[in-house]
Design a protein around this ligand. Structure first.
Ligand code: OGA
Ligand code: NI
Length: 348
């Protein structure tokens, strides 16, 4: 298979060529024209107890209303009681760090092939005039197991593959519980989102490295976007901030809360919930001194599933906002490439 010719951010730094123009954002006159590293306030989102979401107790009901309030405003929550130990999450961070610290030749064994999203590489280059994100990544489909392309799965560091498999299985439990919690918080049948998500749903895990950047005022880690998933599970860096969410035209930084998983709504839950739960626009800013690591898992409905607002959420006062979509992720990339918000394509 042909491998694309590109330089990862780590290679750009190692080459000593300075900061290429291709990474520099120029002011446009809107909110983005502030320096990218301007200080922003912290967002106020709750930590949700995943197990309580499924409890019929008063505390359970309270937890559901916390979830409802956070997802209908920010579209983001921190999740605790997710069944993963601190030591296990630590292992995922360590293995990710060790992978990106390997020599270039070793990482290149897993390099993305042309036309494939999976594998190791830099920001996807979709057009010649695209300003590049300051990010290197390893992107792997982890579920269903027969969709795995194991030749992209690192053999070094030792334990990477086994740990990713274990993480995938543990996330599956969280995903099911979270879908049920969301349905309950909208007073819907517990399985209604899960049924639409489908038996053939997929999981993609993206390991992200944001190396220290000499111009955090002009270079971005990840450009503003909303996720095309149903929702996304994220392990943000434990020490280094960078992730920001947009609300009412202003940026807010995500807090760092140890041992929690951050879950943000993606476009497909926004569609299924008829717009009640928001798929938030977010971005990652860079840091001059420190590298940042994150691990994102995108939960994607099966390719043959029809995704549409659930009937119980379409009412006279809340008319149906979205069309039925299928293979939304393909639509997503088409729009994303044109710099538009993909979910607009699904609006009625
Ligand atoms: C993403 C994303 C955030 C982060 O990969 O879609 O928004 O903190 N990542 O890396
Ligand atoms: Ni994202």
């Amino acid at each position: 298979m042909e491998k694309p010719k590109f330089k990862t951010v780590q290679e750009v730094i190692a080459s000593g060529e300075g900061l290429p123009e291709r990474y520099l954002h120029t002011p446009t006159g809107d909110i983005e024209s502030q320096p990218l590293d301007a200080p922003v306030p912290e967002m106020d989102i709750p930590a949700i107890d995943l197990i309580l979401l499924l409890s019929p107790s008063d505390n359970g009901r309270q937890e559901l209303s916390k979830l409802h309030s956070a997802l209908s405003t920010w579209g983001v929550v921190q999740v605790m009681n997710h069944g993963m130990t601190e030591a296990f999450l630590e292992k995922i961070y360590e293995l990710t760090k060790q992978f990106f610290a390997l020599p270039t030749e070793e990482k290149q064994k897993y390099a993305r092939e042309i036309g494939s999203i999976q594998g190791y590489g830099n920001d996807m280059i979709l057009s010649d005039d695209q300003v590049l994100d300051w990010i290197d990544r390893l992107y792997l489909t982890t579920y269903p197991e027969d969709q795995r392309k194991l030749h992209f799965w690192p053999e070094i560091p030792a334990g990477f593959r086994e740990t990713l498999h274990e993480y995938t299985m543990k996330q599956q439990v969280v995903i099911k519980q979270f879908f049920k919690g969301m349905a309950r918080s909208l007073e819907l049948d517990e399985n209604c989102f899960l049924d639409m998500y489908g038996e053939n749903a997929m999981m993609d895990t993206r390991f992200n490295l944001y190396p220290p950047c000499p111009r955090p005022d002009k270079v971005i880690g990840v450009k503003p976007h909303a996720d095309g998933s149903a929702f996304t599970l994220l392990l943000p860096d434990k020490d280094v901030e960078g992730l920001q969410f947009l609300k009412d035209g202003k940026w807010y930084k995500a807090p760092i809360v140890p041992d929690t998983i951050l879950i943000n709504v993606g476009d497909q839950i926004e569609i299924m919930s008829n717009g009640i739960y928001k798929s938030p626009v977010h971005r990652v800013v860079t840091n001059r001194e420190k590298e940042r690591i994150s691990v994102a898992t995108f939960c994607v409905p099966g390719a043959d599933q029809e995704i549409h607002p659930v009937e119980a959420l379409v009412t006279e006062t809340r008319p149906r906002l979205y069309k039925t979509v299928k293979k939304y992720v393909e639509l997503y990339f088409e729009y994303y490439q044109q710099g538009r918000r993909p979910i607009e394509a699904a609006l009625i």
